[in-house]
Design a protein around this ligand. Structure first.
Ligand code: ZN
Length: 330
């Protein structure tokens, strides 16, 4: 308990110092975004030298080529196509569930852990963690960060490697696109988009070989569902946008879970804002392919990259935790 409080204070302190070091424009950005993430008081630290000046001091200023827009109460910069991602100050190697909320995976269960590697020795090599609970139960497979620049997706995935479960089995692949994650790019290499490469090809390019390895592993494991964690950065004025979205192609066997989860976001029970539903996943995506070719339903989670990283990771964790509780894994 005490440890959690200390971690929380530590996280808050980091957030405060991060605000202080950021350049003027993104400082305001992270402060206004922080207001949305249940960390009251952080804006007070956004004082600088002109704490007494007008309220506009906390607003974003337009930059050349960028205009200020407000989405779900958060100001962000937009170039007419995509939004500018707020500065990210989290250290991936020292994150804890408690940095993102008090009620994430607090109960600890005894588990067995197995590890194995996909595409060993190649640039896309990544480890799958297989976590087994003490009781029999459902098998869930999480693929996080097929696009390496969608960092909240694989940050959440990295955290989810620490989950313990009382029942069933959990497979976590994070980041699914290791080379893309290293280079903060969507692609595996050049312009190879893994999420248009499924079911992959063992003789193909890097994205196709990794897609094939993931596809075959899911086929072998036969989970009741796949979570496919992503993020969105595009925004079209006056239209629904892909951020805050739960995408599916088929929901075979998980209809109740999906719609209860969707309505839980609508009701404010989970996540920082209501999510939209969307589908089917594009041809060649993991979502579309495992649903249509393996009969395994997949939910693609899209958080919006205009929001603060803490909010995005929080939402990803909230959704996965909801599903695990729903099916009795936790
Ligand atoms: Zn993506």
């Amino acid at each position: 308990m005490t440890k959690r409080i200390i971690l929380y204070i530590l996280a808050l302190t980091l957030l405060l110092s991060a605000c202080g070091e950021a350049p003027a424009s993104s400082e305001a950005g992270s402060a206004s975004a922080a207001e949305q993430t249940a960390t009251p008081g952080t804006t007070a630290a956004n004082s600088g030298t002109d704490a007494e000046t007008t309220p506009e001091a906390t607003h974003l200023q337009p930059e050349e080529g960028w205009q200020v827009i407000t989405i779900q109460g958060v100001e962000m910069l937009w170039d007419g196509y995509r939004v500018k991602e707020p500065q990210v100050d989290l250290d991936i190697d020292s994150m804890h569930f408690s940095d993102f909320g008090d009620d994430f995976f607090t109960e600890v269960y005894p588990v067995e852990i197995e590890r194995y590697t996909l595409c060993e020795g190649e640039i896309m090599e990544s480890e799958v963690l297989h976590i087994k609970g003490a009781e029999e139960g459902p098998v869930m497979y999480i693929v996080a960060g097929i696009h390496g620049d969608e960092i909240a997706a694989w940050y959440a995935g990295r955290l989810l490697r620490n989950v313990t479960i009382k029942a069933g089995e959990l497979y976590v692949l994070a980041p699914a696109n290791a080379n893309g994650a290293r280079n903060r790019t969507r692609y595996v290499k050049d312009r190879q988009d893994m999420n248009r490469s499924f079911p992959g090809d063992p003789e193909g390019n890097e994205a196709e070989r990794m897609a094939y390895a993931i596809y075959k592993d899911i086929e072998r494991v036969k989970p009741f569902m796949v979570f496919d964690l992503h993020e969105a950065i595009l925004y079209t004025e006056g239209r629904d946008f892909l951020g805050s979205n739960l995408i599916y192609t088929k929901l075979t066997g998980i209809e109740d879970l999906y719609f209860d989860m969707f309505f839980a976001t609508e009701d404010g029970e989970i996540c920082s804002n209501p999510y939209s539903n969307n589908g089917p996943g594009p041809i060649g995506s993991i979502n579309n392919t495992v649903a249509n070719q393996l009969g395994i339903p997949a939910i693609t989670v899209e958080t919006f990259r205009g929001f603060a990283i803490e909010r995005r990771v929080h939402d990803q964790l909230d959704i996965v935790q909801y599903a695990m509780k729903y099916v009795g894994m936790r």
